[in-house]
Design a protein around this ligand. Structure first.
Ligand SMILES: Cc1cc2nc3c(=O)[nH]c(=O)nc-3n(C[C@H](O)[C@H](O)[C@H](O)COP(=O)(O)OP(=O)(O)OC[C@H]3O[C@@H](n4cnc5c(N)ncnc54)[C@H](O)[C@@H]3O)c2cc1C
Length: 314
C-alpha cells in the first residue's frame, strides 16, 4: 500500500504522524524548501520574524498532549504574555515551525517538490511533479489550502461538494525593525483599527537577538481592499496603521519587509473534519475543513488518517 500526502503543513504532517502509528508509511511532498506551511519564520540580519501563525492554543486533549510532547523535545514553549488572559499560548521554538518538527523523525518528506498534476491510472494515482518526474501511489491525500486543492482536483476532474463555498481571508503582514524600543507599547496589540494583530518578536520565548522587531498583520478587510497592490506600496500605509494602533509616532524602520498571504485564515470553513472518497482512494484535510487555527489543521489531518486506516482495514 503506497500513500502520498501533498503538503507538509500541520494538517499534512499530523496526518502522516497518525498514519505511521498504524504502520503506514506515507511519502510527503512539499513545494517549499522547509516544512510547517503557515507556521513560518522569515530570517533577517536583525533576527527572525514569525510572519504566519502567532501562537496556538489547545482545546482538544490529543493536541494538548502533542504540545506537551513537543515541549519535552524543546520544540514548543509557553508564551506568558499578559494579552493571553485565561488562555495558555504556545509557540514553536526557536520559530513557529518548531511545532511540526517532532513529527518529522523517520518520515519521508520531499521538500522543494511541487505536485502540479494528478491523474488516475488503474486503481491508483500518478502524481506529476514540477521537476517533470511522475510517481505512482495507491492513495493520495491533499493537505493544501482549499484553492490549491481545487486546482489539483481540477487536473483530474474529481469534485467534492462544498469546497467552492469555503472562504478564506487574505492577510498583509509587515515585518519592521526599529533602532530603539517603541515607547509605552505593550508587546501585543490586537484588533485596533485596521490592524488585526501586532507583536514584538522579542516578547516570544527563546527568540534570537534583541533587536526591536515587530510583526504587524492587517485586518482581513484592509488586506482585501489592498490585496493587489505592490509590496513596496503597502509598506508605508501599513506602518502608518500600525502607528495609529500602537498610539505612537513610529520612527523610520531600519528594516521593513512585507508578505502577502493570499489564503491566510478561513472565514467560512467546510464544517466537517476531512473528506475521504473510498472509490477514488482520495482524501482532503486542512484547517479550512474546520477553523482558522493550527489546532484545527492538526485535528483535520488526524481525522483523515483515521478515515484512511479504517478504509484500508475493510
Ligand atoms: C498571518 C497568519 C496568522 C495566523 N495566526 C494564527 C494564530 O495565531 N493561531 C492559529 O492557531 N492559527 C493562525 N493562523 C492559521 C494557521 O496558520 C493555519 O490554520 C495552519 O497553519 C494551517 O495548516 P495547514 O496544514 O492546513 O495548511 P498550510 O500551513 O498552508 O500547509 C499547506 C502546505 O501545502 C504546501 N503545498 C501547497 N500546494 C502544494 C503542492 N501543489 N505541492 C506540494 N506542496 C504544496 C504548502 O507549501 C504548505 O506548506 C494564521 C495564519 C496566517 C497566514
Amino acid at each position: 500500500m503506497t500513500l502520498a500526502i501533498i503538503g507538509a503543513g500541520m494538517a499534512g504532517l499530523s496526518c502522516a504522524f497518525q498514519l505511521r502509528k498504524s504502520g503506514l508509511n506515507p511519502v510527503v511532498f512539499e513545494k517549499s524548501r522547509g516544512t510547517g506551511g503557515r507556521l513560518a519564520t522569515r530570517r533577517s540580519a536583525h533576527g527572525g520574524f514569525d510572519h504566519g501563525a502567532q501562537f496556538v492554543t489547545a482545546r482538544d486533549a490529543g493536541f494538548a498532549a502533542y504540545l506537551d510532547h513537543a515541549a519535552g523535545l524543546g520544540r514548543a514553549a509557553h508564551w506568558a504574555n499578559p494579552a493571553s488572559g485565561d488562555e495558555t499560548w504556545w509557540t514553536g521554538t526557536p520559530g513557529m515551525s518548531g511545532l511540526v518538527k517532532p513529527m518529522l523523525d523517520g518520515l519521508d518528506v520531499r521538500t522543494g517538490q511541487r505536485v502540479v498534476q494528478m491523474r488516475r491510472e488503474g486503481t491508483g494515482w500518478v502524481l506529476s511533479l514540477e521537476t517533470g518526474e511522475a510517481q505512482s501511489f495507491d492513495i493520495v491525500l491533499l493537505a493544501v489550502p482549499v484553492v490549491q486543492a481545487l486546482d489539483l482536483l481540477a487536473s483530474h476532474g474529481a469534485a467534492f461538494p462544498g469546497l467552492e463555498d469555503v472562504d478564506i481571508a487574505p492577510c498583509w503582514t509587515g515585518m519592521f525593525v526599529f533602532d530603539e524600543a517603541l515607547p509605552n507599547t505593550q508587546s501585543v496589540i490586537q484588533r485596533a483599527g485596521d490592524i488585526a494583530w501586532a507583536a514584538r518578536e522579542t516578547s516570544r520565548p527563546q527568540r534570537e537577538g534583541d533587536a526591536e522587531r515587530w510583526v504587524v498583520q492587517a485586518s482581513a478587510g484592509w488586506s482585501r481592499q489592498h490585496l493587489e497592490e505592490a509590496p513596496e506600496a503597502i509598506l508605508p500605509p501599513l506602518l502608518e496603521q500600525f502607528g495609529s494602533a500602537a498610539g505612537v509616532s513610529v520612527p523610520k524602520p531600519v528594516h521593513a519587509d512585507v508578505h502577502r498571504w493570499r489564503y491566510a485564515k478561513v472565514e467560512r470553513p467546510l464544517g466537517q473534519a476531512c473528506l475521504w472518497d473510498d472509490a477514488l482512494q482520495l482524501g482532503l484535510a486542512g484547517d479550512w475543513c474546520l477553523a482558522a487555527r493550527v489546532e484545527a489543521a492538526f485535528l483535520s489531518g488526524r481525522a483523515l488518517a483515521d478515515a484512511v486506516v479504517t478504509a484500508t482495514k475493510r
